[in-house]
Ligand binder design. Structure first.
Ligand code: CMC
Length: 392
């Protein structure tokens, strides 16, 4: 119709201009605000990277200290939020629980519903401070353990690990290698330009909806197995292969047959037509953590073999399908002690600065309009109403 062009899945349509993240999918390059992901993963911390993603520059020591302590003030949730978590079934998947938690948070943090102007700097800190607590409470509810209050003097990552795995009566035994590995994994997830969940946050925000409910919508988008949910799906795939005798070649053949919808989870990407640079970093850490912390070596070996078989197969070569960030992350999260249904929650924790940065960038861009894609109508042409007794 007219000048409307069909672009299924927005594979080729830029919806905005953005200065946050650069990706060259053919070369396998990812940079936040110009800094290569490899350098950030090696040298930085998650809150430092969050600051960079949000405000465009690496923070000075003073800036980072102030940012971290402002965020830590918001780890503590309103007491009523705890009751909300307790009222949800234990078997709930933690992603809808997290999304519900964010919607509930909006009712505490942003009571002036419908008013356009509010303090985005404060909301940024409230969100970054609250999400680890929301995530940990979702987990605690699912295992039936008591909720822990946050401890402000701990680092962002330590506080989250303690709130997830600690018990009120026991000191939490921190392990520096685990803390650092989680820090790095969150850095790797901090932003990825216009992916499905970030576009969702922008889409919802473009209507003038507040940042809390926009981010809650982003969590819902992330939960799907083609997006963040892939990290859980990869582990389920590996377990399935192991249960059937560990034959990776026959699994790859099943994917290639395409008789059903079986995919090689953790492989392929809309933008990367080369090795996902995040996957390369995760692979290195998976090897270190699993070999030293008694993780599931057997599943890691299966994953390594699966990667090798797929990468040497013409089906995957012709389609330029490489491991993506989700291929190895689940193995590390499992070695840290997280159950499979928490993996995507960890992705959300990492992606939060990106969602907020995009919301803010959109809110401050004078060119912003409500997002409203077009369609190509393929339905019936006009026809007359048929009374009920004349139908069928
Ligand atoms: N296994 C088998 N075949 C695949 C896979 C896969 N994982 N991914 C793509 N293909 C095939 C696809 O069937 C198509 O073949 P053909 O051209 O013959 O019909 C071709 O490769 C191109 O794929 P596409 O589906 O058009 O690619 P897309 O850009 O629409 O989808 C994707 C990207 C990530 C959704 C897809 O690769 C996929 O489903 N991968 C598995 C799920 C996954 O790992 N998702 C995580 C993505 S990375 C980070 C994140 O967002 O969480």
């Amino acid at each position: 119709t007219g000048d409307t062009t069909l672009d299924v899945g927005f594979a080729n349509t830029a919806s905005c201009q953005s200065a946050i993240t650069f990706i060259d999918g053919d070369a396998g390059i990812l940079r936040y605000r110009g800094y290569p992901i490899e350098q950030l993963a090696e040298n930085s911390s998650f809150l430092e990277v969050s600051y960079l993603v949000l405000f465009g520059e690496l923070p000075t020591r003073d800036q980072l200290d102030a940012f971290s302590s402002d965020i830590a003030k918001h780890h503590l949730l309103d007491e009523r939020m705890r009751e909300m978590f307790r009222s949800l079934p234990r078997k709930s998947h933690p992603m809808p629980v997290l999304s519900a938690g964010l919607n509930a948070l909006s009712t505490f943090a942003y009571s002036k519903w419908g008013e356009g102007a509010y303090d985005l700097d404060r909301a940024t800190k409230v969100l970054l401070g609250s999400l680890p607590t929301l995530a940990a409470y979702g987990y605690k509810n699912s295992v039936g353990e008591p909720f822990l209050y946050p401890e402000r003097q701990l680092s962002y990552i330590e506080n989250f690990l303690r709130m997830s795995f600690g018990l009120p009566t026991h000191p939490y035994p921190f392990d520096d290698a685990i803390t650092r590995a989680l820090d790095v994994l969150l850095i790797l997830h901090a932003d990825h330009e216009q992916n499905c969940s970030t576009s969702t946050v922008r889409m919802v925000g473009s209507s003038g909806a507040n940042i809390y409910v926009s981010v809650a919508a982003g969590v819902s988008a992330l939960s799907g197995p083609l997006h963040g949910g892939a990290n859980q799906a990869v582990l389920e795939m590996l377990q399935g292969i192991r249960a059937e005798g560990g034959d990776v070649t026959s699994y790859v053949n099943k994917v290639k047959d395409r008789k059903d919808t079986t995919k090689l989870m953790g492989f392929g990407h809309r933008i990367y037509k080369n090795y996902d640079p995040r996957a390369a970093i995760v692979k290195k850490h998976a090897d270190q953590i699993l070999r030293t912390h008694g993780g599931n070596d057997e599943l890691l070996d299966l994953a390594l073999k699966l990667e090798e078989v797929a990468l040497s197969d013409s089906y995957f070569q012709e389609r330029k399908l490489y491991p993506n960030v989700d291929f190895y992350t689940g193995l590390i999260y499992q070695a840290m002690g997280f159950p499979q249904n928490m993996f995507t929650v960890l992705f959300a924790l990492g992606r939060l600065p990106g969602w907020i940065a995009h919301f803010r960038e959109q809110a401050s861009d004078p060119a912003t309009k409500i997002n409203r894609p077009r369609q190509i109508y393929v339905g019936e042409t006009e026809r007359s109403y048929v009374p009920m007794e004349q139908r069928g």
